[in-house]
Every structure is written in C-alpha cells, then in structure tokens.
Design a protein around this ligand. Structure first.
Ligand SMILES: [Zn+2]
Ligand SMILES: [Zn+2]
Length: 176
C-alpha cells in the first residue's frame, strides 16, 4: 500500500533525527524498569504473582522507554523549528504525566522550508525567497498576493489566474 509506505517512511525519517545514544538509554531504562518491578518488588510478600509482575514491568518499561525517545526527539526537533532546544527538553522532562511532551506537540512551530534555488530558510507562507527573490508559490499577477495553484481566480482581487499561476512543481519549496 502506497499510503502505508509513505507513512512509515515519514515516521522512519522523523525517528532518525533522534541521537543513537538516546535509544541505548531507552533500552537501559526499559531493562531497569523490568528488573525493578519483577525482582525487587518480588521481595515484598504482598506483591502480585510473578506473571503479573512481568507484564507490569514490561508495560511500565516500554512506556518509560518511549518517554525517553520522545524527549530525545523533542531535543532535536525543536532545533529544526527554531525553538529553544534546552527549554523544551526541560519542559518535556519536568512537566509531569507527559503534559510537557503534549504541550510541545501542540505549541511547536511549523518547520522552516528551504528555497529550492539558494537553500535559504524560508517560512511557510512566503511568496518569494527573501535572499534570492525566487518565487516560492504562485502569486496573483494583479495584486501580487500568494494564491493556491489550483485557484482559477484570485481570492483577493478576482483577477483571472490561469496564465500566471502556473509554476513547475519542481520550483515548490521543500516542505517537511
Ligand atoms: Zn532563495
Ligand atoms: Zn489578486
């Protein structure tokens, strides 16, 4: 399936930005949690039976491991979005119950794209590259505002767009 493949490729690309040592640390956290729940909690006589402790340990360890990977992801992703890496890593770690992580994904800025001509950072919504004046998205020939490539008429001034709105797909800025 094409859609499934695209989604998994995107996920792989995203997860690749996480530093390798973060995965190592996540595995360590997982193992530590399993040992803690299965072995140490087992010393208590009122502890649940071994099978249940194994299950609990694996679930808790997996959750904690995912938490570590997510924090590692936020640490790198914030930098790509021109947000403070230190601040958001601290928020993700110290705001309890995963709320810091949730907050990051709600508040994160869109990723900046690159101009296909000079590779300068361009923000979403820019019609022209601020460095080399390369056209990034089609503009209305009459009022010079950005328009959708599929539009036939300018939504701002009503001018016909069929002639000028055409833009080769290769000129589109690279989107995340
Ligand atoms: Zn440019
Ligand atoms: Zn217009």
């Amino acid at each position: 399936m094409t859609i499934g493949n695209q989604t998994s490729t995107r996920f792989k690309d995203e997860i690749r930005i996480v530093a390798p040592w973060v995965f190592f640390f996540a595995v360590l956290t997982f193992l530590a949690m399993v040992v803690l729940v299965v072995v140490l909690a087992g010393r208590d006589h009122s502890a649940p039976p071994l099978a249940l402790r194994c299950l609990l340990g694996v679930v808790a360890g997996a959750l904690l491991g995912c938490y570590v990977v997510l924090i590692g992801y936020i640490n790198r992703d914030a930098g790509r979005r021109r947000m403070s890496r230190l601040l958001w890593t601290l928020v993700a770690i110290f705001v309890p119950n995963g709320i810091g992580i949730l907050l990051y994904f709600v508040l994160r800025k869109p990723r900046t794209a690159n101009c296909p001509q000079c590779h300068a950072d361009v923000e979403p919504g820019f019609s022209f590259c601020p460095r080399c004046r390369n056209r990034l998205q089609p503009v209305c020939p009459h009022c010079q505002r950005g328009v959708n490539p599929a539009d036939k008429f300018c939504p701002y001034c009503g001018a016909a767009l069929e002639m000028a709105a055409g833009m080769p797909p290769s000129a589109a800025p690279t989107q995340p």
